[in-house]
Design a protein around this ligand. Structure first.
Ligand SMILES: Nc1ncnc2c1ncn2[C@@H]1O[C@H](COP(=O)(O)OP(=O)(O)O)[C@@H](O)[C@H]1O
Ligand SMILES: [Mg+2]
Length: 248
């Protein structure tokens, strides 16, 4: 359903993504694994179209030059020049790094804000779905989001992204900053999202260990380039992965 072809992204003269191609099939959970600065966020922003907004903004203020080459295909159509809001409408939704939420609004309010473009029935359904997927959100529904734990805030961010009704959900480092126990809980929640909603998932992650066993396919990137690919469980046993990401 998604294909990225020979993508190259420059910030000024520095290359962030270097000739990267990948493919995602409907219903899959696909991982983009790489250390800090590998190019994960740049890739996610390019798939969601956010990079086009960033490029425009930089151009307007006479800032740095952002260059994007290559193509993004979604459901067979070339969307490389399609703006982010249209991609969102078409079903590509990005849950950005460090789960930005509205800390002074309640859990329910946050979810409703995320669903502002949807009908009342869709919002009701979306709330039910979020509370079924994330029981902690149901428990704290009237609580200010800023008082939730890091893991709960991440669940809320995913719940908010789901309110938009995505076909393709992009999660940028959902495990970032969470305790190992919380990471395990979040991985369980992500599996639930996949199996219950059928949404296709692309997950960028640095700390891939808890996630890897569940990835239908994983792309390992370093300095913007692909270094390894394969089904998650297969990569689990790869010695290079073990030394680079598991510290063994
Ligand atoms: N807005 C930006 N302006 C300039 N350089 C950037 C910008 N965003 C990212 N970079 C650079 O691009 C490279 C890839 O960054 P990023 O995509 O954020 O990687 P990751 O998400 O894997 O940490 C890094 O070298 C980073 O410094
Ligand atoms: Mg990043």
């Amino acid at each position: 359903m998604l294909a990225v072809k020979e993508l190259i992204v420059f910030y000024e003269n520095a290359i962030a993504v270097n000739d990267l191609s990948l493919e995602v099939k409907q219903g899959q959970i696909v991982g983009v694994i790489g250390s800090n600065s590998a190019g994960k966020t740049t890739l996610m922003n390019t798939i969601s179209g956010l990079i086009l907004d960033m490029r425009l903004k930089e151009r307007r203020k006479g800032g740095q030059r952002i260059t994007v080459m290559g193509q993004v295909f979604f459901e067979g159509a070339d969307i490389s020049q399609t703006p982010a809001y249209e991609r969102a409408r078409a079903g590509i939704v990005l849950c950005r790094e460090r789960h930005p939420i509205f800390p002074d609004s309640s859990v329910v309010e946050n979810l409703k804000i995320a669903g502002y473009l949807r009908t009342r029935a869709q919002v009701r359904q979306g709330l039910e779905q979020a509370f079924a997927l994330f029981p902690n959100l149901a428990r704290w529904r009237r609580r200010k989001a800023g008082f939730l734990s890091g893991g709960e805030q991440q669940m809320l961010a995913i719940g908010m992204a789901l309110m938009v009704g995505p076909k393709l959900l992009l999660l940028d480092e959902p495990l970032l900053g969470l305790s190992p126990a919380m990471q395990t809980q979040l991985v369980e929640a992500i599996k639930e999202v996949s199996s219950r909603t059928g949404v296709t998932l692309v997950i960028a992650e640095q700390f891939a260990r808890p996630l890897l066993p569940w990835l239908d396919f994983a792309y390992v990137i370093e300095n913007g380039m692909l270094t390894l690919t394969g089904p998650g469980p297969e990569l689990m046993t790869n010695p290079e992965i073990k030394s680079a990401y598991f510290g063994v």
